[in-house]
Design a protein around this ligand. Structure first.
Ligand code: PLP
Length: 398
């Protein structure tokens, strides 16, 4: 028998499984392993059973992903968090974990993100789930929908995409629970910086972490903050369906999260100034921004967001603009980028009718209130003077 292993065997095993040295890295490293070894099989068995802390398999959990989840739970004032490969995977999981199945009903805000609207109207409707779409600002309408349908879920966005309606989370939580429904909140636009829905009674706070949480336009991710009980349900479900976040993406998201308050502070200030400037512009007929005194939920936003600002998102309508005119306006911008995302350090513009809400029929968009002349703006962290002069130039050109 050869003592020395062959070159092929050494190439596979060399350098691996060196026992960890006695130090703690300052920042969480990217753990890319799929599996783990234990002293003995009993230890692995105990980890499987949840009687010993540890890792089993990448679809179950991962130290880098767990660090990201712990950070989100902390910032969302929740017991725990579950990370996903995208915001849509998180939304899908939240609905399933909250008990949505054939024969049940969901009451959802009419003006939710386009893909969420389509998820409900395609996959869930085809699964024989009854849908009631409501104006979440109108609590009488929400109440009668909950009462009549016996819904298991009330689904809203804390700040709606793209019409910037602000949901009264404490009141909606009370309403939902009174009729036996769970309140699921898509908190992407507000981010944990402005709002912690769980503290106001929501059952789950869902994020497209692709947006403010990561903040740099370089990662697709989703995350749900929840109670211990709901986290367990989400974890068990994800072990089966596997829409997990990878360790590289978790590392980027965790890194992004560290500057969330700095970014959002600047984004809120920039958005406020842009909204005020646009409201005075002769070519702009309507500005949707909760920071404007004229916004119908301005006072509610002030109360819920603890005076931290009103978010980095706004939308506006350009006088007489159709799709072609909006496209020319967007092409004329030099700093604000016409990219189909939001919440980045870069300022971004988007035409909801042809992007975020493209999957809706023209009739559905009209019902929601999304016109062809509506532009969505996501404030970046650039100098506001440069943003304003860019918008001025494009409005003059279009
Ligand atoms: C409010 C909101 N929720 C959810 C999503 C979906 O997130 P993702 O693209 O990460 O799947 C988006 C995407 O734009 C969004 O704007």
């Amino acid at each position: 028998m050869k003592n020395k292993k062959s070159f092929e065997t050494r190439a596979v095993h060399a350098g691996e499984r060196v026992p960890p040295a006695d130090f703690t890295p300052v920042t969480t490293p990217i753990w890319t392993t799929v599996g783990y070894l234990y002293e003995n099989m009993d230890d692995l068995d105990a980890v499987f059973d949840g009687n010993k802390r540890g890792q089993v398999y990448l679809r179950y959990s991962n130290p880098t992903v767990e660090a990201f989840e712990a950070a989100v739970a902390e910032l969302e004032a929740a017991d725990g968090a579950q990370a996903y490969s995208s915001g849509m995977a998180a939304i899908h999981a939240a609905l399933l974990a909250a008990g949505v199945k054939a024969g049940t009903s969901v009451v959802a805000a009419l003006d939710v993100y386009g893909a969420t609207f389509s998820l409900l109207h395609s996959l869930f409707k085809n699964m024989d789930v009854n849908l009631r779409m409501v104006d979440a600002i109108n609590h009488a309408e929400v109440e009668s929908a909950l009462k009549e349908s016996g819904a298991v879920v009330l689904y809203v966005e804390s700040i709606s995409n793209p019409l910037l309606k602000v949901a009264d989370i404490p009141a909606l939580a009370e309403l939902a629970h009174r009729y036996g429904a769970a309140l699921l909140v898509d908190n992407t636009f507000a981010a944990p910086y402005l709002l912690n829905p769980i503290s106001h009674g929501a059952d789950m706070s869902i994020h497209s972490a692709t947006k403010y949480i990561s903040g740099h336009g370089d990662v697709l991710a989703g995350v749900i903050a929840a109670s211990k009980e709901n986290k367990k349900k989400l974890f068990e479900l994800n072990k089966l369906v596997g829409g997990v976040l990878g360790p590289f993406e978790a590392w980027l998201a965790l890194r992004g999260l560290k500057t969330l308050p700095l970014r959002m502070k600047q984004q809120c200030q920039n958005a406020q100034q842009v909204a005020e400037w646009l409201s005075k512009h002769p070519r702009v007929t309507k500005v949707n921004y909760p920071g404007l005194a004229a916004h119908p939920q301005h006072e509610l936003a002030e109360k819920l967001f603890q005076g931290r600002g009103y978010g980095g998102m706004l939308s506006f309508e350009i006088e007489g603009a159709d799709k072609a005119k909006i496209f020319r306006f967007m092409e004329s911008l030099k700093i604000c980028l016409p990219a189909t995302t939001l919440g980045d350090v870069y300022s971004l513009v988007l035409h909801p009718a042809t992007s975020s809400h493209r999957s809706l029929t023209p009739e559905q968009r009209a019902q929601v209130g999304i016109s062809d002349g509506l532009v969505r703006f996501s404030a970046g962290i650039e100098s506001v003077e440069d943003i304003l002069s860019d918008l001025e130039g494009a409005l003059a050109a279009g």
